[in-house]
Design a protein around this ligand. Structure first.
Ligand code: B12
Ligand code: SF4
Length: 500
């Protein structure tokens, strides 16, 4: 008998309202890889992405034999809500949860889900076998000991198609959630990448979703570029994007190879142009060559350079951060950032423990608040001033004219170096920074008033069940608190976060 499998990427939006971010890039791909773990013949698999489609409340969908959940740390509560819905509808459903949130909180998670998996997608194999039987495991797993992603089921992958050439990262940034996960960087074998291209079929744009497309082993990277050039020549893609770290650009051969392979965009975590800020973030690999130089080198090679900014309001004054924004807006030689984040004490990172020991994490912070638009740390400047700053950076209020001027000057500087497509990728950041809601297709025109202060922010409406849930599951709708009213780690999370 066929088994019904529902795989969900759980998501909470920083706007704290019901939105569907149809055009947001990048998109989550764990569901496609998880689906690849199941037999195509013996399973009916449905994938759902709450980022693309909004909160799942459809009772018909929520009654599978096995429910598989993934989600960022912020989405942990959504994983609980969905579990409560599914268990109310079908108490026999088996819920398997994994991904970043479960990895960070294995003990707390074990109170809610039937299976909590802290490893990779392949950890599904013994669970499928135990719960459903061997014949429900994918028939193709033996080929690479990795799943072939089920792109055919990912209906949220529209213009951009995603694949992976590696797993994890070879850096250990102080604030990054990968650092405490302590997983070894793995570059995939060329044949596995080729297979992903083939399953994807011919696409215009592909994005390598790796944490770090670069690779310390130059032989592997050369082979990968060779494969990409072959696949491009066969028409599998026209332009690609990838996430790399700073040292990728130190080797001119990498940039040359990327350009030859059709690099549309290279995304790199610049985090800050301010050396003190970089040093306090301990992002030393970004300090070897001035970042402006790196960005110019990439653009001059005809590749769009994109990046994100991280502003640590607990270490920097508002004036200092304002000055950094003005520096960027007055430097047309570089692209604008794709997003501006407030620093987050990502669970279990060295940065998290540093914040904790310096008593920086605010009281009554919810896990859900770690979304990079909410203040969760004690700021250096007065609270009101900082909150106004955080509010303003969401749409670059008061700086829109400067943004437009920057874009115009950028266009003038690079119009002969970048193709129209590369220019379009670069200039996309202009509306993305000034009107993110419009550009990411959120589809909800109403503005919800936000305070941007963790302890004070109202909960999203989905914390109220959409339909009555089993009495014994009502506590699944309580927000998971990171800190208690005194600023200490909440009792519920103490085992996961405070014991070594
Ligand atoms: C796509 C993406 C997004 C998307 C969608 C996120 C989502 N899931 O809804 C968007 C753009 C919305 C996003 C936003 C943010 N993101 Co983001 N994002 C990514 C990205 C680039 C790819 C994720 C992906 O699909 N990978 C491919 C799949 C196959 O792998 P994976 O999800 O990592 O899963 C692996 C394991 O976790 C495990 N696994 C996952 N799920 C499950 C389930 C089961 C059952 C099992 C067994 C295993 C398993 O298996 C996989 C490996 O085999 C990653 C970086 C990266 N390259 O991974 C960052 C990353 C996940 N994001 C991160 C961060 C910090 C953020 C932000 C907080 C900050 C910011 N400014 O961007 C915001 C949060 C916004 C919010 N509202 O909460 C961090 C980690 C966050 C965390 N631990 O919670 C990452 C790792 C980047 C980094 N290195 O710092 N992000
Ligand atoms: S380079 Fe990026 S992915 Fe790698 S550890 Fe640093 S922040 Fe994380």
């Amino acid at each position: 008998m066929k088994k019904c499998i529902l795989i969900i990427n759980c998501y909470v939006d920083e706007l704290r309202q019901i939105v569907r971010r149809r055009t947001k890039v990048p998109k989550p791909m764990a569901p496609a890889f998880l689906a690849g773990m199941f037999s195509t013949e013996n399973c009916d698999i449905v994938l759902y992405d709450e980022l693309y489609s909004g909160p799942l409340e459809n009772k018909k969908l929520l009654s599978p034999d096995m429910l598989v959940l993934t989600g960022l740390n912020t989405a942990f509560d959504r994983m609980l809500h969905i579990t409560a819905y599914a268990k109310t509808i079908n108490p026999k459903v088996v819920v398997v949860a994994g991904g970043p949130a479960v990895r960070s909180l294995p003990f707390f998670s074990s109170k809610f889900f039937d299976y909590c998996l802290s490893g990779d997608v392949e950890d599904m194999e013994p669970v499928i076998e135990e719960v459903l039987g061997k014949k429900y495991v994918s028939e193709t797993l033996s080929e690479f000991s990795k799943p072939i992603p089920r792109y055919d089921l990912v209906w949220w992958m529209e213009k951009m198609a995603y694949l992976e050439s590696s797993r994890y990262c070879f850096h250990n940034c102080h604030f990054c959630s990968l650092t405490p996960e302590n997983m070894k960087f793995q570059a995939y074998e060329t044949e596995y990448i080729k297979r992903q291209f083939e399953v994807l079929g011919k696409r215009k744009y592909v994005i390598f979703l790796d944490n770090n497309f670069g690779c310390p082993n130059s032989k592997i990277l050369d082979e990968r570029f060779k494969l990409m050039q072959e696949m491009r020549a066969k028409g599998y893609y026209s332009l690609f994007a990838a996430l790399v770290s700073n040292e990728f650009f130190n080797n001119s051969k990498n940039v040359e190879n990327a350009a030859k392979s059709g690099a549309g965009v290279l995304f790199c975590g610049v985090e800050s142009f301010n050396r003190d800020a970089l040093s306090s973030l301990k992002k030393y690999q970004n300090m070897k060559i001035p970042q402006v130089e790196t960005i110019k080198t990439c653009l001059e090679a005809g590749i769009t350079f994109l990046y994100g900014l991280v502003l640590d309001v607990s270490e920097r004054s508002v004036e200092d951060m304002e000055a950094e924004l003005d520096f960027i807006l007055n430097t047309p030689e570089i692209t604008l950032p794709s997003y501006i984040s407030v620093a987050i004490p990502m669970l279990k990172t060295p940065y998290f423990y540093e914040c904790l020991s310096n008593n920086k994490i605010l009281p009554n912070v919810k896990l859900r608040d770690l979304d990079s638009t909410t203040l969760t740390l004690r700021p250096m400047d007065p609270m009101e001033k900082v909150l106004e700053f955080i509010k303003n950076i969401q749409t670059l209020k008061h700086r829109k004219i400067k943004v437009l001027r920057h874009s115009k000057q950028f266009y003038q500087l690079y119009k002969n170096t970048l193709t129209w497509q590369h220019m379009a990728f670069a200039l996309h950041n202009t509306p993305l920074l000034c009107a993110p809601k419009l550009v990411t297709g959120s589809g909800n025109p109403f503005k919800k008033k936000r305070t941007h202060l963790g302890p004070d922010e109202a909960l999203d409406t989905f914390y109220k069940p959409a339909f009555p849930v089993d009495y014994n599951l009502r506590h699944y709708f309580k927000p998971t608190m990171l800190t208690d009213k005194t600023g200490n780690i909440s009792e519920n999370l103490a085992v996961d976060l405070l014991s070594n």
